[in-house]
Design a binder for this molecule. Structure first.
Ligand code: PMP
Length: 364
């Protein structure tokens, strides 16, 4: 309700479902071993960094960015084998693309769906945009429960369903045949979110070319460019043309366009970092399995999910030792006593493992 003098208050003006939300929490991490956000732990290779400095110094920051980022899209197409016949839509991070998709389908009563547990922004953005969020649980091993998914599609008729593979925070992938079955059964769009594609062996880009209701979303955040904020969507021009109307004209800034274009021309260097992270992931998984009580889940992403008794207390004990991971133990019933750790540099991974051993021993 508004005050007597008619002045608006946040409580009187802001939508109730937003007042009820908690903001996406980004914890303080200065000085810590930061293994909570799936960043690439490596700085740019020296030669790339030097070349980039000169390019960015000459960037026309007095001008608005090129609105359709043609050079950047051409680099993406080249580096990532975007199927012929598909278009590319760029976002300020893939978060923005989720938001564009949600805004586009937000008719009264429309539903955005996913599986749980998954990336929290699907649910949050549904709320931001006035969509109802529907979900069905994964199995205890985080695989798809196809009966539950097909039932949800039938009962909820979602306008858009998001499926992240590899999934966050679980790290596993979903079977291609199941994804195709979901696409066939979906009454609306199926968006395959491949944020972690660089750390696994599967790509679903071809589905965007072959299946009329599938779009594939990726981000460069996990490939060493989280700070640039750049994600993209691949799909049929008929879909992307409509979504493009909602995109704010200058959503990808000049510096990001120039830097990403340059970095993508050195894609093999970025892919080599991802390959090194994959190797380090198996070393880390093995070390984690040796920690008393830890159960490590299979991962094709740049992080590992593990279950360990008294996870919440261990999370605090790790923070006290200067190591920040993500406590997902309260995010979903299936994640009870689970923590998620990003694969860092080998030295960071060793510090994490040492801190975890100490914390487990201290908690007795
Ligand atoms: N999708 C998934 C599955 C993610 O885990 C993330 C980031 N954590 C994103 C999308 C968003 O990435 P960005 O906005 O950095 O591109």
């Amino acid at each position: 309700m508004s005050e007597a003098n008619g002045a608006a208050t946040p409580q009187s003006l802001i939508r109730e479902e937003l007042l009820a939300l908690s903001a996406y929490h980004v914890p303080a991490s200065a000085g810590m071993v930061k293994l909570d956000a799936m960043e690439n732990p490596y700085p740019l290779p020296d030669d790339l960094a030097a070349g980039l400095g000169a390019l960015l110094g000459a960037a026309p920051v007095n001008r608005y960015p090129e609105a359709d980022a043609r050079a950047l899209k051409a680099s993406i197409r080249r580096a990532l084998d975007v199927p012929a016949g598909c278009d590319i839509l760029l976002g300020n991070g893939s978060d923005e693309i989720i938001q564009l998709l949600a805004m586009a389908v937000a008719k009264p009563g429309a539903v955005l769906a996913s599986v749980e547990p998954t990336f929290v922004m699907f649910r949050m953005i549904a709320t931001f945009t006035g969509l109802r969020y529907a979900s069905c649980p994964l199995r205890a091993d985080f695989s798809l429960d196809m009966d539950a998914v097909l039932h949800m599609l039938e009962a909820e008729r979602p306008a858009v369903m998001f499926l992240a593979t590899p999934n966050n925070p679980t790290g596993n992938t979903f079977a291609r045949a199941d994804i195709e079955r979901i696409a066939a059964a979906a009454p609306g769009l199926l968006v395959v979110d491949e944020a972690y594609y660089a750390f696994g062996d599967s790509s679903h880009l071809e589905l965007a070319a072959r299946l009329p209701n599938v779009l594939v979303m990726r981000t460069f955040s996990k490939l060493g460019m989280a700070g640039l904020r750049l994600g993209f969507l691949v799909g049929a021009p008929a879909w992307l043309e409509q979504l493009d109307k909602l995109r704010l004209p200058y959503n990808v800034n000049v510096l990001t366009q120039i830097a990403a274009t340059r970095l993508l021309d050195s894609y093999p260097a970025l892919a080599a970092q991802a390959a090194a992270i994959r190797v380090d992931r198996s070393v880390l998984a093995e070390a984690l399995r040796a920690v008393p009580g830890a159960e490590v889940f299979p991962s094709e992403a740049n992080f590992l999910l593990f279950r360990i008794p008294r996870a919440a207390a261990l999370f605090d004990a790790l923070v006290a030792r200067g190591v920040l991971v993500k406590n997902v133990s309260r995010a979903h019933a299936l994640l009870a006593d689970c923590l998620r750790v990003t694969v860092g540099t080998p030295a960071e991974n060793r510090r994490f493992i040492a801190a975890l051993h100490e914390a487990v021993a201290d908690l007795g």
